[in-house]
Design a protein around this ligand. Structure first.
Ligand SMILES: C[S@@+](CC[C@H](N)C(=O)[O-])C[C@H]1O[C@@H](n2cnc3c(N)ncnc32)[C@H](O)[C@@H]1O
Length: 509
């Protein structure tokens, strides 16, 4: 292979970005974040097929940073390419002049290396234009196809029912974000074996909203490399983008690859890129109806994947359910009570738990302690019982993403018969009712096990823990959970002790 793939150092990702004078709201509406030159060079390294005649699409081209980086790379390709054509699509009139200047630099570069260069700038909305062409069918004269796509697509939510959303649906694309809409369209514009290299938020890898997109994308594209930035903010530091980003390489093919290259870097100049190969079936598990794309970024995360794969049970096979707390406090304001009287129902927020156990009430705290609802609003409550709660949000600084605690009625006033669980908590139950105490204690300890936390990180790049995520975890059998439950005390031990204890019951297969 003449295109050199080996690289040991990741770039300085937050070099200055060419900024156009415009307001933040304008940028946000266009989902506009420009790629710093060093990052663009790094992205261009992901192409592995040396084309003789490059026919490239850069959708949402901005000022052309990605195309320029690719041209700077292919002029050194051996055997030398004969031609390079780029179709650059950019809707923002303020970017077009700079884009044309960049393309003219690309033309000069190619000329200097005897490579024929042509470019087309499309200023229309990429979604409207491409969906209109796709609606006419693949053989529509206007439909141009490509052998390479390089893209940093716009990041913005796509409102259900908005014109772009409707247009995408009309061509069978069901997405909730502009960036996934762009990738889905590009996958349709690539020819067989055509390569796509994209920098996108990691959010599409899991989460129910991206399920249809994941299925569609992996049915058309063979994902061959995924690069994870260990630092959530590194990639677009200068643009204050807080999304965790990944770079993906995929080839147009309906058969999945045997293996996927997973690479990681932190994001500063001196950081090296660590790479390992994983079987495709570990990255997208064949029996996973959610089609999660699992990205173990470290050896530790990979080890947790292997360790938990042997657990054997699912939440459904255990007869359990997990739901999000029913009390959305700003909607239930009239019923909230700062201090719970003897007739109020206990109300639990994340602050009511510590060391895996209930710390209720918290008199004088910031959050209410009670809920006073009429019988007609029983839908807000759960019957008194044993439940395991998991916080939905943690801050970036916190070490653990999964923080589980036990609701044990023994810690509540004797007259209690109903409980309120606030919406920042998920809770495990059995058909909406109490769990057996020992199983619940064991489940709480299991969820707090470092290996589970590490497993969770490989498919979830953000700090939010959704009920869907908890449904997709592997679990040990009910008897193992009950045995763990019998071994833990009223409060959870410290992390090292808990890891030893749970690890002793959940041995590697
Ligand atoms: C995240 S920026 C990336 C720009 C450039 N590719 C880069 O990496 O620096 C996405 C670009 O897509 C453009 N864009 C947004 N919506 C678009 C649309 N519907 N059609 C074409 N371009 C669009 C934005 O104006 C913005 O310049």
């Amino acid at each position: 292979m003449a295109m050199n793939r080996s690289h040991t150092a990741a770039p300085a990702l937050n070099d200055p970005v060419p900024l156009l004078a415009k307001s933040r709201s304008h940028k946000r509406a266009l989902g506009q974040f420009f790629t710093p030159p060093a990052l663009a060079d790094f992205i261009a390294l992901f192409f592995v097929r040396p084309q003789r005649d490059w026919r490239v699409i850069d959708a949402g081209a901005g000022v052309g940073a990605l195309t320029l980086a690719l041209v700077q790379r292919i002029v050194h390709q051996r055997p030398k390419p004969a031609s390079f054509h780029v179709t650059a699509c950019e809707i923002d009139p303020a970017a077009i002049e700079s884009l044309r200047e960049t393309l003219s630099t690309c033309a000069d570069l190619c000329r200097g290396h005897n490579i024929s260069f042509t470019a087309e700038v499309q200023t229309e909305d990429f979604i409207s234009r491409t969906t209109a062409m796709l609606e006419q069918g693949l053989f529509a004269p206007a439909l141009k196809t490509f052998n390479a796509a390089i893209v940093n697509p716009p990041y913005a939510k796509l409102r259900t029912g908005s014109p772009a959303h409707r247009r995408l649906q009309a061509v069978g694309i069901d997405v909730t974000n502009l960036y996934s809409g762009f990738l889905a369209l590009l996958s349709r514009l690539l020819e067989a074996d055509g390569e796509m290299v994209a920098i996108v938020p990691r959010s599409f890898c899991n989460g129910p909203y991206f399920r249809a997109f994941r299925r569609d994308f992996i049915s058309r594209m063979a994902l061959s490399r995924l690069h994870v930035f260990a630092s959530r903010t590194a990639a677009f530091a200068s643009e204050s983008v807080l999304q965790e980003n990944i770079i993906l390489r995929a080839e147009r093919a309906s058969i999945p690859p045997d293996t996927v290259e997973i690479s990681t870097s932190h994001g500063d100049l001196t950081d090296s890129v660590r790479t390992h190969l994983l079987p495709w079936t570990e990255v997208v598990q064949p029996d996973d109806g959610q089609c999660f794309i699992r990205l173990p970024a470290s050896d530790q995360e990979h080890a947790s994947l292997v360790r938990l794969a042997g657990m054997g049970q699912t939440i459904a096979s255990l007869g359990l359910g997990v739901s999000t707390g029913k009390v959305v406090d700003f909607r239930a304001r009239a019923h909230l009570r700062a201090e719970a009287s003897s007739t109020d129902h206990p109300l639990f927020y994340p602050c009511h738990f510590a060391a895996g156990a209930l710390r209720w009430p918290k008199p004088g705290g910031k959050k209410p302690n009670g809920l006073d609802v009429p019988a007609s609003r029983r839908d807000l409550l759960v019957p008194l019982g044993v439940y395991v709660v998991v916080r939905r949000f943690s801050s970036k600084e916190e070490k653990k993403r999964i923080v589980a605690s036990l609701i044990d009625p023994a810690r509540l006033p004797a007259a209690t018969s109903w409980l309120g669980i606030e919406n920042h908590l998920n809770y495990y139950h059995r058909e909406g009712r109490s769990l057996p105490l020992l199983l619940a204690k064991g489940l709480c300890a299991y969820l707090n096990w470092s290996v589970v936390d590490s497993y969770f990180r490989h498919f979830n790049g953000h700090t939010q823990v959704n009920a869907t995520d908890l449904r997709s975890l592997p679990y040990p059998s009910a008897s193992v959970l009950a045995r763990i439950g019998a071994a833990v005390g009223a409060e959870l031990p410290d992390q090292a002790e808990l890891d030893l204890l749970v690890g002793g019951f959940c041995l590697p297969k």
